[in-house]
Design a protein around this ligand. Structure first.
Ligand code: FES
Length: 92
């Protein structure tokens, strides 16, 4: 949790991704979901969200896309860009 935002950080073979951990469906914690083929599956109702862009993969309905955050790694430290903050780069 950073400044009242729940953020899930996932390290995969494709890279490191940060996604809003509050599921757009009913608020379950996506950080506890299972990752498979570049998507996280919600632990409650199993909706799948692509980690690279947050797209809800089980239906074509952008209302349910998850928010993602830009990530960069420097010297093994993961930084997440929070777009609503005046100092937008925070250490996780
Ligand atoms: S709460 Fe995540 S799919 Fe329902």
């Amino acid at each position: 949790m950073v400044d009242e935002l729940w953020i899930g950080i996932f390290s995969t073979d494709e890279g490191i991704f940060a996604i809003d951990a509050m599921c757009p469906h009913a608020g379950a914690n996506l950080a506890k979901g299972i990752v498979c083929e570049g998507a996280v599956s919600c632990p409650v109702h199993h909706w799948r969200f692509r980690l690279s862009d947050g797209v809800y993969l089980d239906a074509n309905d952008p209302r349910f896309n998850a928010k993602i955050y830009a990530v960069r790694v420097e010297n093994e430290v993961v930084w997440v860009e929070l777009d609503k903050q005046p100092n937008s780069i925070r250490l996780i």
